[in-house]
Design a protein around this ligand. Structure first.
Ligand code: SF4
Ligand code: SF4
Length: 427
């Protein structure tokens, strides 16, 4: 809910919506014929005798195209691999997509079950990096960058998403057990649950401190929580792990518990589906389910120029193919009618300064946008703080000329990173 006009002197105040005490049970939607799993991009240089088309797979089976045991995906259904092909995902991400035709009956893989007696970080790294919530376990594998604090996100970063609030509220025992497993595996003792307002009650004895964050957007974005919870500003060019901090979604913590307590790698994702009319509903679906099937299950029709967005209204990214699958970190799917989608115009910047006032990173956005529109990305980075952006999207939201500033920023960062990677590979 927006509290004040964006066009006055004050910064915008948009409130996170807190989950009601008795939300509807998540609607269960399962894939009918195929699942698609996104594996790290493979090419002739790095493929080495992994899975092949025609191979049978069991639910929970580790599938890999590479020899490296940390590069894999987990089969979320039982069936046969029918395709392994390049796939262009959202925002220029390239993957190798593994398609599995679902068989008539389900068989569970037992490789992981043999290793669960004592939860170990190596076991988790080898099997659980693609569990629901996508636990960032790789952050603990660099001895040069020890992690000393884990922040568990019980409030989703973007607006209108109920996913991690739901997990924290209704799968609290699993979160509690996951906290203990995380402590045992990593040796990190400083765990903090970030939650908001009324969801705070009754969370004693969880093995983690509970911090109440202000339910005003963008307070639940990691950069903001670094400041409000730990009193630290992340220097430009550094990541949270450089400062010894790891962020886990509540669902990722619950997934660790589900895996080690049952011996089965969880394959079902909770997410928030937002319909064209703005109504939302939590759902449970398998990772790999084509998003088109979820949309169809709600009877929504996609017309030309409608938008399907992964994530929330401020930071989500549009996808262009309905066979795009649900991924371990897909927390929301929004369908926007073309008539309600934000109107993007060709109006120039009028230098009104609204974006500068709204920016929590205090960036000179009005200057930055001139360089971004002209494609001068290096100047934008060198002189106008491109990498100070915390990715909140407020500048685009308030811009009176409807300039897609945040999208320009993401594109510029993506392009500069791509060039840097290409240069590094040619050295
Ligand atoms: S997206 Fe970046 S530039 Fe825009 S308001 Fe947020 S922090 Fe500032
Ligand atoms: S980019 Fe938009 S919000 Fe920022 S100064 Fe220009 S017109 Fe105003």
């Amino acid at each position: 809910m927006q509290k004040r006009s964006f066009f006055g002197w004050a910064k915008p105040q948009i409130f996170y919506e807190l989950l009601p005490d008795n939300p509807l049970e998540p609607k269960k939607i399962f894939p009918s014929a195929t699942i698609k799993l996104f594996h790290k991009k493979a090419d002739a240089r790095n493929v080495s005798g992994g899975i092949q088309i025609g191979d049978p797979v069991h639910t929970g089976q580790k599938l890999s195209l590479f020899a490296n045991p940390h590069d894999y995906v987990i089969a979320t259904a039982t069936g046969t691999i029918t395709a392994i092909a390049p796939y262009a995902g959202d925002f220029g991400q390239n993957y190798t997509a593994i398609t599995v035709d679902i068989g008539a009956s389900e068989a569970l893989d037992d490789q992981f079950a043999k290793l669960i007696e004592k939860p170990a970080l190596e076991t988790a790294l080898n099997f659980l990096s693609h569990a629901p919530g996508k636990p960032p376990l790789q952050l603990f594998s660099d001895p040069a960058k020890p992690i000393h604090t884990i922040i568990i996100c019980g409030l989703d970063g973007d607006l209108g998403i109920d996913t991690n609030q739901y997990i924290l509220k209704f799968k609290l025992e699993a979160v509690k057990r996951g906290i203990q497993i995380l402590k045992d595996m990593t040796g990190v003792d400083n765990l903090i649950i970030a939650t908001a307002g009324e969801t705070l009650q009754g969370y004693g004895h969880l093995g983690a401190r509970v911090k109440n964050i202000d339910p005003i957007y963008p307070a639940a974005l990691p950069h903001m929580m670094m400041q409000s919870i730990l009193g630290q500003v992340v220097p430009v060019g550094q990541r949270f792990e450089d400062l010894g901090v790891a962020f886990f979604k509540a669902e990722a913590v619950a997934s660790l518990a589900a895996a080690f307590d049952t011996g089965q790698i969880p394959v079902t994702k909770t997410l928030t589906f937002v319909k064209k009319d703005g109504h939302k509903r939590l759902i449970e679906t398998k990772i790999g389910t084509p998003i088109g099937e979820i949309i169809a299950a709600f009877g929504e029709q996609i017309k030309e120029e409608d938008r399907v967005i992964l994530g929330g209204p401020m930071t989500g990214a549009a996808i262009y193919a309905l066979d795009h699958p649900v991924q371990p970190d897909t927390d929301a799917i929004m369908v926007l009618d073309r008539d309600r989608a934000a109107y993007v115009s060709d109006y120039p910047c009028i230098n009104c300064g609204e974006c500068v006032r709204a920016c929590p990173a205090r960036m000179p956005v009005n200057m930055l946008v001139r360089f971004l529109e002209a494609g001068h990305y290096e100047e934008a980075a060198d002189s106008y703080d491109l990498y100070s952006c915390i990715g909140c999207g407020l500048c685009s939201f308030v811009c009176v000329s409807k300039i897609p500033i945040f999208q320009y920023i993401r594109l510029a960062q993506y392009e500069l990173d791509r060039v840097k990677t290409a240069e590094a590979m040619n050295v």
